[in-house]
Design a protein around this ligand. Sequence first.
Ligand SMILES: C[S@@+](CC[C@H](N)C(=O)[O-])C[C@H]1O[C@@H](n2cnc3c(N)ncnc32)[C@H](O)[C@@H]1O
Length: 257
Amino acid sequence: MKDLSIEKADYSKIAKVYDDARPLSEQNIDIWLKLIAEKINVQGDVTLLDLGCETGRFTIPIATQLGYSVTGADASEDMVIRASVKKDAERAMWDVQDASSLTYSNDSFDAVFMSHLLHHIDAPLKVLGECYRVLKPGGVLLNRYSALEDLNDPEHVFFPETLEIDKERYATKSKMEKWVKKTGFNRVSSKTISQQTYQTAEERLNAVKLKSTSVLTLISKAAYEKGLEAFRRYITQHQDDRWLLLDKITLTIGHKK
Ligand SMILES: C[S@@+](CC[C@H](N)C(=O)[O-])C[C@H]1O[C@@H](n2cnc3c(N)ncnc32)[C@H](O)[C@@H]1O
């Protein structure tokens, strides 16, 4: 494996632009909520931990629309504060937690959901182990992420330095499933969705300008400027290319025995 010393994205800075630049349309929320509810399938009150919740993009809709008892937890206090003052934030509980060493008791939750968290973690198996520990027997892990084989989006095609970094941090679907099984989960499966994240190419360009995809904050200024120019040129010539609007996102599910 190539020895890349990977810096960590500074989420206290990214928090300021995240909500504006990483839109999650109602249609996309509905797709993910439907999938979450279908996979959890518990009767009565459902307790769910949203790990790496950031500004609560999923936490709040899970609480308000699915009616679950949700805890949003993130290592960044900034993120948790931002989340906790949003509309309807009082419907969830908020917590500063390190996913590698959670302070919750064993068997606390019916479900642990995490979205785009594991690639930030040096020891993902440790986090998966914590998820297993805090889940009740029969509880469900729902891990939403971009699989390595699906990183052929504009942020990686026009900014190839990001791919060099992400090759070291992202798992393929089969590797993720292997990790989840190794942790002890059974009935492990994955589903990949082609999500329309942006309504227009310009919207994606603006998100790139705000570096809302955190890996863009980790590449050199020269590589960023070069990529931005290439991306702009492509948009001018391919306004209607739907690839500019889409992201492939996978949900890997596992059940605690
Ligand atoms: C890409 S964002 C996740 C976005 C959010 N879940 C969503 O999809 O809308 C990654 C989040 O993980 C958090 N994070 C990074 N390392 C963490 C750790 N060890 N424990 C808990 N949260 C962590 C960051 O602070 C950041 O808010």
